[in-house]
Design a protein around this ligand. Sequence first.
Ligand code: SF4
Length: 382
Amino acid sequence: MAGIYIHIPFCRHKCSYCDFVSFPDKVDYAEAYMACLYKELKMRGEELKDRTFDTVYFGGGTPSYIPPKLILGAMNQIKKCFKLSEDAEITLELNPGTIGESKVKTYLEAGINRFSIGLQTAIDEQLEDLGRIHNARDYVYATKLLNGQNFSTDVMLGLKNQTKEDVRKTIELAHVCGSKHISMYALTVEDGTPIYTDYLNGELPDSDEVAEMYEYGCKLLKEKGYERYEISNFAVPGYESKHNLNYWKRGEYIGFGVSASSFMQGSRFTNTFQLDEYMKCIISGFYPAITCEKVAESEAKFEFIMLGLRTKYGVSLKEYKQKFGNEMAEDFPKALRESLKYLELDGDRIRIKDEFLYVQNSILMPFMDELPAEETEKKTEE
Ligand code: SF4
Protein backbone atom coordinates (compact mmCIF):
# COMPACT_ATOMS: atom_id res chain seq x y z
CA MET A 1 0.00 0.00 0.00
CA ALA A 2 0.99 3.62 -0.49
CA GLY A 3 -0.69 6.89 0.44
CA ILE A 4 -0.72 10.53 -0.62
CA TYR A 5 -1.00 13.28 1.99
CA ILE A 6 -1.93 16.88 1.12
CA HIS A 7 -1.37 19.60 3.72
CA ILE A 8 -3.71 22.61 3.65
CA PRO A 9 -2.23 25.02 6.20
CA PHE A 10 -5.03 27.58 6.53
CA CYS A 11 -7.43 28.02 9.44
CA ARG A 12 -10.00 30.64 10.33
CA HIS A 13 -8.73 30.93 13.89
CA LYS A 14 -5.86 29.41 15.85
CA CYS A 15 -7.12 26.97 18.49
CA SER A 16 -5.68 27.40 22.00
CA TYR A 17 -3.90 24.03 21.92
CA CYS A 18 -2.72 24.10 18.31
CA ASP A 19 0.88 23.34 17.55
CA PHE A 20 0.33 22.31 13.93
CA VAL A 21 1.59 24.18 10.92
CA SER A 22 -1.49 26.29 10.29
CA PHE A 23 -1.85 29.97 9.50
CA PRO A 24 -4.98 31.74 10.74
CA ASP A 25 -4.41 34.95 8.82
CA LYS A 26 -3.18 33.85 5.40
CA VAL A 27 -6.14 32.37 3.57
CA ASP A 28 -5.70 35.03 0.88
CA TYR A 29 -2.68 32.98 -0.20
CA ALA A 30 -4.75 29.82 -0.66
CA GLU A 31 -5.05 30.10 -4.43
CA ALA A 32 -1.33 30.81 -4.96
CA TYR A 33 -0.40 28.08 -2.47
CA MET A 34 -2.55 25.51 -4.21
CA ALA A 35 -1.06 26.47 -7.59
CA CYS A 36 2.34 25.59 -6.07
CA LEU A 37 0.97 22.37 -4.64
CA TYR A 38 -0.35 21.36 -8.07
CA LYS A 39 3.14 21.96 -9.41
CA GLU A 40 4.72 19.88 -6.64
CA LEU A 41 2.28 17.07 -7.51
CA LYS A 42 3.38 17.27 -11.12
CA MET A 43 7.09 17.25 -10.21
CA ARG A 44 6.82 14.14 -8.00
CA GLY A 45 4.25 12.51 -10.28
CA GLU A 46 6.81 12.26 -13.04
CA GLU A 47 9.15 10.32 -10.73
CA LEU A 48 6.44 8.06 -9.36
CA LYS A 49 4.38 7.43 -12.44
CA ASP A 50 4.66 3.65 -12.10
CA ARG A 51 3.43 3.54 -8.53
CA THR A 52 -0.20 2.94 -7.55
CA PHE A 53 -1.56 4.85 -4.56
CA ASP A 54 -4.38 3.51 -2.43
CA THR A 55 -5.26 6.49 -0.26
CA VAL A 56 -5.34 10.27 -0.44
CA TYR A 57 -5.70 12.37 2.71
CA PHE A 58 -6.35 16.12 2.85
CA GLY A 59 -5.25 17.29 6.30
CA GLY A 60 -4.30 20.55 7.89
CA GLY A 61 -4.93 23.18 8.96
CA THR A 62 -8.51 23.18 7.80
CA PRO A 63 -8.95 21.81 4.26
CA SER A 64 -12.67 22.67 4.39
CA TYR A 65 -11.85 26.36 4.95
CA ILE A 66 -10.41 27.08 1.51
CA PRO A 67 -12.63 27.38 -1.60
CA PRO A 68 -13.75 23.84 -2.52
CA LYS A 69 -12.78 24.34 -6.17
CA LEU A 70 -9.16 24.23 -4.95
CA ILE A 71 -9.75 20.76 -3.49
CA LEU A 72 -11.37 19.74 -6.77
CA GLY A 73 -8.33 21.12 -8.61
CA ALA A 74 -5.97 19.15 -6.37
CA MET A 75 -7.90 15.94 -6.98
CA ASN A 76 -7.90 16.52 -10.74
CA GLN A 77 -4.16 17.05 -10.60
CA ILE A 78 -3.62 13.93 -8.47
CA LYS A 79 -5.63 11.86 -10.93
CA LYS A 80 -3.60 13.33 -13.79
CA CYS A 81 -0.17 12.80 -12.20
CA PHE A 82 -0.60 9.58 -10.19
CA LYS A 83 -2.17 6.19 -10.55
CA LEU A 84 -4.87 5.67 -7.92
CA SER A 85 -6.29 2.25 -7.17
CA GLU A 86 -9.92 1.81 -8.16
CA ASP A 87 -11.17 1.65 -4.58
CA ALA A 88 -8.84 4.38 -3.28
CA GLU A 89 -9.90 5.87 0.05
CA ILE A 90 -9.99 9.67 -0.29
CA THR A 91 -10.40 11.55 2.98
CA LEU A 92 -10.89 15.23 3.70
CA GLU A 93 -10.63 16.76 7.18
CA LEU A 94 -13.62 18.91 7.81
CA ASN A 95 -14.22 21.58 10.44
CA PRO A 96 -17.94 21.80 11.27
CA GLY A 97 -17.70 25.61 11.38
CA THR A 98 -16.71 25.89 7.72
CA ILE A 99 -19.13 23.74 5.81
CA GLY A 100 -22.09 24.32 3.47
CA GLU A 101 -24.19 22.42 0.96
CA SER A 102 -22.33 23.53 -2.15
CA LYS A 103 -18.95 22.63 -0.59
CA VAL A 104 -20.12 19.07 0.07
CA LYS A 105 -21.37 18.83 -3.51
CA THR A 106 -17.98 19.87 -4.86
CA TYR A 107 -16.13 17.44 -2.57
CA LEU A 108 -18.25 14.56 -3.82
CA GLU A 109 -17.64 15.68 -7.39
CA ALA A 110 -13.92 15.64 -6.60
CA GLY A 111 -14.19 12.00 -5.48
CA ILE A 112 -13.85 12.47 -1.71
CA ASN A 113 -15.39 9.35 -0.18
CA ARG A 114 -14.51 9.77 3.49
CA PHE A 115 -14.63 12.77 5.83
CA SER A 116 -12.90 13.30 9.14
CA ILE A 117 -14.76 15.77 11.36
CA GLY A 118 -13.08 17.53 14.27
CA LEU A 119 -15.89 17.56 16.83
CA GLN A 120 -13.53 17.21 19.85
CA THR A 121 -16.34 17.59 22.41
CA ALA A 122 -20.09 18.03 22.39
CA ILE A 123 -19.88 20.56 25.25
CA ASP A 124 -19.97 24.09 23.85
CA GLU A 125 -18.11 25.72 26.78
CA GLN A 126 -15.22 23.30 26.25
CA LEU A 127 -15.19 24.03 22.52
CA GLU A 128 -14.99 27.72 23.36
CA ASP A 129 -12.10 27.07 25.77
CA LEU A 130 -10.27 25.25 23.00
CA GLY A 131 -10.78 28.22 20.69
CA ARG A 132 -12.70 26.08 18.20
CA ILE A 133 -14.89 27.98 15.76
CA HIS A 134 -17.81 25.53 15.91
CA ASN A 135 -20.37 24.33 18.41
CA ALA A 136 -22.15 20.99 18.80
CA ARG A 137 -25.03 22.16 16.65
CA ASP A 138 -22.64 22.90 13.76
CA TYR A 139 -21.42 19.31 14.01
CA VAL A 140 -24.97 17.97 13.73
CA TYR A 141 -25.59 20.25 10.74
CA ALA A 142 -22.35 19.11 9.03
CA THR A 143 -23.22 15.43 9.48
CA LYS A 144 -26.68 16.07 8.02
CA LEU A 145 -25.12 17.72 4.99
CA LEU A 146 -22.98 14.64 4.46
CA ASN A 147 -26.22 12.73 4.03
CA GLY A 148 -25.02 9.18 4.64
CA GLN A 149 -21.41 9.63 3.47
CA ASN A 150 -18.74 7.77 5.42
CA PHE A 151 -17.23 9.96 8.12
CA SER A 152 -15.03 9.77 11.19
CA THR A 153 -15.22 11.96 14.30
CA ASP A 154 -12.38 13.24 16.47
CA VAL A 155 -13.00 13.21 20.22
CA MET A 156 -10.61 14.77 22.70
CA LEU A 157 -9.96 13.80 26.31
CA GLY A 158 -8.34 15.78 29.10
CA LEU A 159 -10.18 19.07 28.60
CA LYS A 160 -10.74 21.69 31.27
CA ASN A 161 -13.77 20.73 33.44
CA GLN A 162 -14.39 17.61 31.32
CA THR A 163 -16.23 14.78 33.06
CA LYS A 164 -17.01 11.21 32.06
CA GLU A 165 -20.56 12.35 31.46
CA ASP A 166 -19.22 14.84 28.88
CA VAL A 167 -17.30 12.04 27.19
CA ARG A 168 -20.49 9.99 27.09
CA LYS A 169 -22.47 12.87 25.54
CA THR A 170 -19.78 13.39 22.91
CA ILE A 171 -19.53 9.74 21.90
CA GLU A 172 -23.29 9.40 21.85
CA LEU A 173 -23.67 12.44 19.65
CA ALA A 174 -21.13 11.08 17.16
CA HIS A 175 -22.84 7.70 17.20
CA VAL A 176 -26.35 9.08 16.75
CA CYS A 177 -25.16 11.26 13.87
CA GLY A 178 -23.86 8.17 12.04
CA SER A 179 -20.09 8.33 12.57
CA LYS A 180 -18.64 4.98 11.51
CA HIS A 181 -15.23 5.73 12.94
CA ILE A 182 -14.14 7.58 16.08
CA SER A 183 -10.64 8.77 16.96
CA MET A 184 -10.42 9.35 20.71
CA TYR A 185 -7.19 10.85 21.88
CA ALA A 186 -5.81 12.82 24.81
CA LEU A 187 -5.15 16.53 24.49
CA THR A 188 -1.43 17.15 24.09
CA VAL A 189 -0.32 20.33 25.79
CA GLU A 190 2.63 21.96 24.07
CA ASP A 191 4.77 24.64 25.66
CA GLY A 192 4.10 27.99 23.98
CA THR A 193 0.43 27.37 23.21
CA PRO A 194 -2.19 29.42 25.10
CA ILE A 195 -3.58 26.31 26.80
CA TYR A 196 -0.20 25.73 28.44
CA THR A 197 -1.18 28.35 31.05
CA ASP A 198 -4.20 26.25 32.06
CA TYR A 199 -1.88 23.29 32.40
CA LEU A 200 0.56 25.24 34.58
CA ASN A 201 -2.33 26.44 36.73
CA GLY A 202 -3.42 22.84 37.28
CA GLU A 203 -6.74 23.46 35.54
CA LEU A 204 -6.57 20.42 33.25
CA PRO A 205 -7.35 16.85 34.34
CA ASP A 206 -4.25 14.90 35.41
CA SER A 207 -3.03 11.79 33.60
CA ASP A 208 -4.92 9.39 35.92
CA GLU A 209 -8.17 11.20 35.27
CA VAL A 210 -7.51 11.13 31.52
CA ALA A 211 -6.74 7.40 31.69
CA GLU A 212 -10.06 6.85 33.49
CA MET A 213 -11.92 8.83 30.83
CA TYR A 214 -10.18 6.78 28.16
CA GLU A 215 -11.17 3.47 29.81
CA TYR A 216 -14.71 4.72 30.16
CA GLY A 217 -14.79 5.89 26.51
CA CYS A 218 -13.42 2.53 25.32
CA LYS A 219 -16.17 0.67 27.17
CA LEU A 220 -18.86 2.89 25.76
CA LEU A 221 -17.52 2.66 22.22
CA LYS A 222 -17.46 -1.12 22.45
CA GLU A 223 -21.07 -1.17 23.61
CA LYS A 224 -21.98 0.94 20.61
CA GLY A 225 -20.32 -1.42 18.15
CA TYR A 226 -16.98 0.34 17.58
CA GLU A 227 -13.99 -1.94 17.67
CA ARG A 228 -10.63 -0.60 18.84
CA TYR A 229 -8.10 -1.30 16.12
CA GLU A 230 -5.43 1.12 17.30
CA ILE A 231 -4.84 2.83 20.66
CA SER A 232 -6.85 5.92 19.69
CA ASN A 233 -8.95 4.60 16.82
CA PHE A 234 -12.26 2.78 16.87
CA ALA A 235 -14.39 1.71 13.94
CA VAL A 236 -17.49 -0.18 13.01
CA PRO A 237 -15.87 -3.27 11.41
CA GLY A 238 -15.02 -2.54 7.79
CA TYR A 239 -14.68 1.23 8.37
CA GLU A 240 -11.07 1.33 9.61
CA SER A 241 -8.98 4.14 8.09
CA LYS A 242 -6.87 2.64 5.30
CA HIS A 243 -4.68 5.73 5.23
CA ASN A 244 -3.72 5.42 8.89
CA LEU A 245 -3.37 1.65 8.70
CA ASN A 246 -0.77 2.24 6.02
CA TYR A 247 1.22 4.46 8.44
CA TRP A 248 1.03 1.84 11.17
CA LYS A 249 2.13 -0.88 8.79
CA ARG A 250 5.10 1.30 7.95
CA GLY A 251 3.88 1.58 4.39
CA GLU A 252 5.13 4.25 2.02
CA TYR A 253 3.50 7.66 1.71
CA ILE A 254 4.26 10.89 -0.04
CA GLY A 255 3.33 14.28 1.39
CA PHE A 256 2.69 17.53 -0.46
CA GLY A 257 2.57 21.08 0.80
CA VAL A 258 4.23 23.02 3.57
CA SER A 259 5.54 20.83 6.45
CA ALA A 260 4.36 17.61 4.79
CA SER A 261 6.56 14.60 5.33
CA SER A 262 7.09 11.52 3.22
CA PHE A 263 8.48 8.03 3.62
CA MET A 264 9.62 6.42 0.39
CA GLN A 265 12.22 3.79 -0.40
CA GLY A 266 13.55 3.69 3.14
CA SER A 267 14.03 7.48 3.42
CA ARG A 268 12.02 10.05 5.27
CA PHE A 269 11.89 13.64 4.07
CA THR A 270 10.04 16.72 5.28
CA ASN A 271 9.10 19.92 3.50
CA THR A 272 9.86 23.36 4.86
CA PHE A 273 7.51 24.72 7.54
CA GLN A 274 7.63 28.26 6.06
CA LEU A 275 4.87 29.18 3.67
CA ASP A 276 6.88 31.72 1.68
CA GLU A 277 9.91 29.43 1.46
CA TYR A 278 7.71 26.58 0.24
CA MET A 279 6.20 28.72 -2.50
CA LYS A 280 9.56 30.20 -3.54
CA CYS A 281 11.13 26.73 -3.86
CA ILE A 282 8.32 25.39 -5.99
CA ILE A 283 8.19 28.46 -8.21
CA SER A 284 11.94 28.09 -8.80
CA GLY A 285 11.48 24.40 -9.67
CA PHE A 286 13.13 22.95 -6.53
CA TYR A 287 11.76 20.40 -4.12
CA PRO A 288 10.92 22.11 -0.82
CA ALA A 289 12.31 19.30 1.40
CA ILE A 290 14.52 20.59 4.21
CA THR A 291 15.51 17.23 5.66
CA CYS A 292 16.05 13.85 4.09
CA GLU A 293 17.03 10.95 6.27
CA LYS A 294 17.81 7.40 5.29
CA VAL A 295 16.29 5.35 8.08
CA ALA A 296 18.89 3.07 9.64
CA GLU A 297 18.04 -0.62 9.89
CA SER A 298 17.89 -0.64 13.70
CA GLU A 299 15.49 2.30 13.63
CA ALA A 300 13.39 0.57 10.97
CA LYS A 301 13.12 -2.52 13.17
CA PHE A 302 12.00 -0.50 16.15
CA GLU A 303 9.48 1.45 14.09
CA PHE A 304 8.06 -1.75 12.67
CA ILE A 305 7.53 -3.11 16.19
CA MET A 306 6.34 0.15 17.71
CA LEU A 307 3.81 0.89 14.96
CA GLY A 308 2.56 -2.71 14.80
CA LEU A 309 2.07 -2.91 18.56
CA ARG A 310 -0.13 0.20 18.48
CA THR A 311 -2.73 -1.83 16.60
CA LYS A 312 -4.89 -4.82 17.40
CA TYR A 313 -3.14 -6.67 14.56
CA GLY A 314 0.21 -6.54 16.33
CA VAL A 315 3.47 -7.55 14.66
CA SER A 316 3.81 -10.53 12.35
CA LEU A 317 6.91 -12.50 13.31
CA LYS A 318 7.06 -13.95 9.80
CA GLU A 319 6.94 -10.50 8.21
CA TYR A 320 9.65 -9.30 10.60
CA LYS A 321 11.92 -12.12 9.48
CA GLN A 322 11.12 -11.49 5.79
CA LYS A 323 11.89 -7.80 6.13
CA PHE A 324 14.97 -7.88 8.31
CA GLY A 325 16.45 -11.35 7.88
CA ASN A 326 16.58 -12.07 11.64
CA GLU A 327 14.02 -13.47 14.03
CA MET A 328 12.56 -10.77 16.28
CA ALA A 329 13.67 -12.87 19.27
CA GLU A 330 17.29 -12.72 18.02
CA ASP A 331 17.21 -8.92 17.80
CA PHE A 332 15.26 -8.17 20.98
CA PRO A 333 15.68 -11.14 23.37
CA LYS A 334 15.79 -9.08 26.57
CA ALA A 335 12.91 -6.74 25.63
CA LEU A 336 10.69 -9.68 24.69
CA ARG A 337 11.46 -11.39 28.01
CA GLU A 338 10.71 -8.24 29.98
CA SER A 339 7.47 -7.48 28.15
CA LEU A 340 6.16 -11.02 28.04
CA LYS A 341 3.41 -10.50 30.59
CA TYR A 342 1.95 -7.66 28.53
CA LEU A 343 2.01 -9.53 25.21
CA GLU A 344 0.03 -12.33 23.63
CA LEU A 345 0.74 -14.57 20.67
CA ASP A 346 -1.93 -15.24 18.07
CA GLY A 347 -0.68 -17.47 15.24
CA ASP A 348 2.47 -15.75 14.04
CA ARG A 349 1.39 -12.36 15.45
CA ILE A 350 2.52 -10.85 18.68
CA ARG A 351 0.43 -8.07 20.19
CA ILE A 352 -0.16 -6.13 23.37
CA LYS A 353 -2.96 -7.56 25.52
CA ASP A 354 -6.03 -5.38 25.24
CA GLU A 355 -5.92 -4.19 28.87
CA PHE A 356 -2.33 -2.87 28.47
CA LEU A 357 -2.69 -1.05 25.15
CA TYR A 358 -3.04 2.34 26.83
CA VAL A 359 0.38 1.98 28.50
CA GLN A 360 2.02 0.93 25.23
CA ASN A 361 4.81 3.51 25.59
CA SER A 362 6.24 1.95 28.74
CA ILE A 363 6.00 -1.53 27.20
CA LEU A 364 8.09 -0.31 24.27
CA MET A 365 10.86 1.16 26.44
CA PRO A 366 12.87 -2.10 26.70
CA PHE A 367 12.77 -2.42 22.88
CA MET A 368 14.16 1.08 22.59
CA ASP A 369 16.89 0.31 25.16
CA GLU A 370 17.93 -2.78 23.23
CA LEU A 371 18.37 -1.00 19.90
CA PRO A 372 21.88 -1.48 18.54
CA ALA A 373 23.71 1.85 18.47
CA GLU A 374 23.71 2.76 14.81
CA GLU A 375 24.08 6.12 13.17
CA THR A 376 21.24 7.32 10.95
CA GLU A 377 22.57 8.58 7.71
CA LYS A 378 21.39 12.14 7.26
CA LYS A 379 21.62 14.42 4.32
CA THR A 380 19.90 17.62 3.40
CA GLU A 381 18.32 18.14 0.02
CA GLU A 382 19.30 21.32 -1.72
S1 SF4 B 1 -8.43 23.76 13.32
FE1 SF4 B 1 -6.75 22.30 13.71
S2 SF4 B 1 -5.01 23.11 12.58
FE2 SF4 B 1 -6.52 24.75 12.71
S3 SF4 B 1 -5.91 25.94 14.46
FE3 SF4 B 1 -7.41 24.44 15.20
S4 SF4 B 1 -6.20 22.66 15.83
FE4 SF4 B 1 -4.88 23.98 14.60
